[in-house]
Design a binder for this molecule. Structure first.
Ligand SMILES: [Fe+2]
Length: 504
């Protein structure tokens, strides 16, 4: 019996690459020009904007503290204000340095009140929470308005993993695949076919060479490859009216019209990416094979989906042990044109930036039970015209799997309501049909729930995505938060004016 499902979703993998990066030299931080060398904070790396793979930073954004026993160390941000007199800043910093405190950021600005001259903002790591208190007490004797802005006991033991800040930082993922790609497992249908392996190697080489801003690789598919695609296309599209969610069935015809989805034509990801960008800002990038959970999810924060371009072996057109162009283009792509689904996917991606390994695993599990194997509830008209609540599929692993699509909507599996906190803990098989599926009320509802869930993750900062600069903004300073508030304020004014015009 053929197995029809693919079992590809981001998972947490251990890779020699992560070990290699962990030993790479740290990048220098921007130095504080107004401080003498003796007062410069240690050369730790914060949110690097390094984009060249060779400049890949270490996995951590802050220096790892020495291994120690006893109470956990704390990462703290505090502010204080001073009146301008000779030596006062040096006295304040000495008060911190003398207490086993490691400064990682110092920032000054003219005070907003007439009571003092300058406000200072300081990030530091202390060896224990008690040290923070003694430092504050000492500072209060030298400065005014000493305030703790944030403190995270134990945060120093949880260094923030590196994450991309700019679109072109995703280039560093190009050759960080964990499986498949150029190498095939011994049980892969194409493992002993040298022609298939050579063909596949040429396609993955193009993905490996791709860099942000270049045209996406064009693959001239052979007649045999098109026949394989056609067999899959015909089988799946005959099932969608009864099993796929309403949004999918609404969108698929748009891809037929705009991107050349046909039985006798394998669409090019360049055409699809351009169309998706016009719809929701999502774009595609070519990928050689399996990425780590972290890399794969991080890209979603940029509304970027990594897509393979090679196709399954022609000997088994209805089976693939890995993601291929059929899985990506038929299973995943259409729903990225839906604004709510796009926002939901990006929400998972944003939550993954800088998340701990444990939290990335939770997010990957949520991804698995939604984007790959998600079901949703919708209302349809029954034979007598009355509304009925039904369950339909929206996960790509289902929409590209003949067998599991029908199975998932039979009375065999168990359904549970999608609740990220519980879904994230659910174990699942990767080589069998799922015994449990989670049912979302809607994409919008799922997005809001993931956003709430993200607040519970252990991350001492928040992020947002700026689509104009295609950058991730880390909201870790008052200035950035204020700038964000101004953006929202501007949008609110536009909204208010639009509403006023509608009502006038
Ligand atoms: Fe997938």
């Amino acid at each position: 019996m053929l197995r029809h499902r693919v079992h590809w979703a981001p998972r947490t993998w251990k890779t020699p690459l992560s070990a290699a990066r962990a030993t790479a030299p740290a990048l220098p931080t921007q130095r504080l020009a107004w401080l003498p060398a003796s007062q410069q904070p240690p050369r730790s790396r914060r949110y690097s904007t390094a984009s060249h793979p060779a400049a890949l930073p270490t996995e951590t954004l802050s220096p790892s503290p020495p291994t120690q026993q006893g109470p956990p160390s704390s990462r703290t941000t505090l502010s204080f204000s001073i009146t301008d007199r000779v030596g006062v800043l040096d006295e304040c910093l000495a008060a911190l340095r003398n207490r086993a405190i490691s400064l990682t950021r110092i920032e000054s600005r003219p005070s907003r009140t007439p009571d003092w001259d300058y406000d200072f903002y300081v990030d530091f790591t202390a060896d224990a929470p008690a040290t923070v208190q003694t430092a504050i007490t000492a500072l209060k004797g030298l400065a005014k308005n000493v305030r703790v802005i944030t403190t995270h006991p134990g945060a120093a033991e949880r260094p923030t993993p590196w994450f991309p800040l700019r679109m072109r930082d995703l280039d560093s993922f190009a050759d960080r695949v964990l499986a498949m790609g150029e190498e095939l497992a011994s049980d892969h249908p194409g493992a002993t076919d040298p022609d298939y392996r050579r063909r596949r190697g040429r396609i993955t080489e193009m993905a490996k060479a791709y860099r942000t801003g270049q045209p996406l690789p064009h693959v001239s598919y052979t007649p045999a490859e098109v026949r394989t695609w056609g067999a899959v296309f015909n089988q799946l599209t005959s099932l969608y009216p009864d099993y796929a969610c309403r949004e999918y069935n609404h969108l698929l015809p748009l891809f037929v019209t705009n991107c050349g989805y046909r039985e006798d034509h394998i669409p090019q990801i360049e055409d699809i990416s351009r169309f998706l960008q016009e719809c929701t800002g999502f774009t595609l990038r070519p990928v050689m094979g399996l990425l780590s959970s972290r890399d794969f999810l991080n890209a979603l924060a940029f509304r970027v989906f990594h897509s393979t371009q090679y196709i399954r072996h022609p000997s088994k057109p209805l089976y693939t042990p890995e993601p291929d162009v059929c899985h990506e283009l038929l299973g995943h792509v259409p729903l990225f044109a839906n604004p709510e689904f796009a926002a939901f996917s990006q929400e998972i991606g944003l939550a993954s930036l800088g998340a701990s390994d444990a939290d990335v695993e939770k997010l990957a599990t949520i991804y698995w039970f939604t984007v790959e194997y998600g079901l949703c509830r919708e209302t349809v008209r029954g034979p007598d015209g009355t509304p009925q609540s039904v369950v339909r599929a929206f996960g790509a692993g289902l929409l590209s799997s003949f067998g599991e699509l029908a199975y998932s909507l039979s009375d065999q599996p168990e359904y549970r309501a999608f609740e990220p906190a519980r879904t994230a803990e659910q174990k699942y098989p990767i080589t069998e049909y799922q015994p449990v599926y989670f049912v979302a009320e809607s994409f919008k509802d799922a997005k809001e729930k993931v956003r709430e869930f993200a607040k519970t993750l252990q991350r001492p900062f928040d992020v947002r995505y700026d689509p104009y600069s295609q950058r991730v903004i880390v909201l870790d300073s008052k200035e950035k938060v204020l700038r964000y508030a101004q953006t929202i304020n501007s949008d609110m004014q536009t909204l208010t004016h639009a509403l006023e015009k509608l009502h006038s």
